[in-house]
Design a protein around this ligand. Structure first.
Ligand SMILES: NC(=O)c1ccc[n+]([C@@H]2O[C@H](COP(=O)([O-])OP(=O)(O)OC[C@H]3O[C@@H](n4cnc5c(N)ncnc54)[C@H](OP(=O)(O)O)[C@@H]3O)[C@@H](O)[C@H]2O)c1
Length: 272
């Protein structure tokens, strides 16, 4: 396969941020492979007219390896964007261990699986970018969306440590922390199965309503596309980029304010 600028692999490119980013980068002339659990099998190498579409379920090591090997059989991967993710809502007490595990398995261990699959090639060439689409919820725990937050906190630790481990190989590792964007995430979000019988019905509903309103009224994700483009053209990108409505101010407040004050503000924001 002829290399046309950087080659990008984006997980979760059937919707929202991943689809927007895959489309944008492809239209800028880069070679983009985007994944979904429902795209055609990797060996078919189909396109949707804009970017290459490859089946991948990030919760399956076999599926991840099959997709990555299908790409590596044709070209190198210069940039990995770990974007695939899902959202789970529910009180901690109402969340079963299986539900919690499913959330972490996609949002955190999924990024680990794909990263492991692409790293040998990047290390050999001593170059590459790994961009993890985390969330502002990776710095501020969201009440009644704990396992979503926990998966993103874990992704932040992963980003920090991976960045140090890969420094000698010239592989740049970055986390993007979006705030509320208008994507498929709102409709795809699952509630824990015991939601209707929750011990915290009103407060969980209120907190979720605030999140949903923020997302539905949020911007569409094009500005994230431009941020990704900027990052992959930087020699020394920062570790973390906040983006979205008030994202920078919220992150700054989180670092500056005493925990007691920020806790009060978060509870007030979520009306709980
Ligand atoms: N929207 C926001 O406000 C916001 C804010 C902060 C962070 N984020 C993060 O941004 C990322 C993208 O979310 P989005 O908002 O664009 O949501 P979205 O529209 O629901 O897109 C989610 C993508 O993830 C893919 N996906 C889900 N489970 C998967 C699995 N097991 N294996 C492979 N792919 C899987 C979906 O593909 P298929 O279902 O087709 O497989 C889909 O393409 C997520 O990591 C999310 O946490 C979003």
């Amino acid at each position: 396969m002829e290399r046309n600028g950087k080659v990008i692999l984006i997980t979760g490119a059937s919707s929202g941020i991943g689809k927007s980013c895959a489309t944008y980068l492809s239209e800028r002339g880069l070679t983009v492979f985007g994944t979904s659990r429902y795209f055609p099998p990797a060996n078919l190498l189909e396109t949707n007219g804009v970017f290459y579409t490859i089946r991948m379920d990030v919760t399956s090591e076999e599926s991840v390896n099959e997709a990555v090997q299908a790409i590596l059989g044709r070209t190198e991967i210069d940039v990995l964007i770990n974007n695939a993710g899902c959202a789970l809502a529910g009180a901690i007490e109402d969340t079963s261990p299986e539900e919690a595990l499913r959330e972490l398995n996609t949002n955190f261990l999924g990024a680990h699986r794909v990263t492991r699959a692409v790293l040998p090639g990047m290390r050999k060439r001593r170059s590459g970018y790994i961009i993890n689409i985390s969330s502002l919820a990776g710095s501020i725990a969201l009440p009644f969306q704990t396992f979503y937050s926990a998966s993103k906190f874990a992704l932040e630790a992963f980003t920090e440590a991976l960045r140090m481990e890969l420094r000698p190989f010239n592989i740049k590792v970055v986390s993007i922390q979006p705030n509320d964007y208008r994507t498929g995430l709102t409709d795809h979000r699952q509630k824990v199965v015991t939601w209707e019988h929750s011990a915290y019905p009103e407060r969980a509903e209120k907190a979720l309503a605030v999140t949903e309103a923020g997302e539905r009224n949020g911007p569409s994700p094009e500005e994230i596309d431009r941020l990704v483009e900027k990052i992959i053209n930087k020699k020394s990108p920062r570790i973390r980029y906040q983006i979205g409505p008030n994202a920078k101010a919220i992150a700054l407040a989180r670092w500056l304010l005493p925990p007691r004050v920020s806790e009060k503000l978060v509870m007030k924001y979520f009306r709980i």
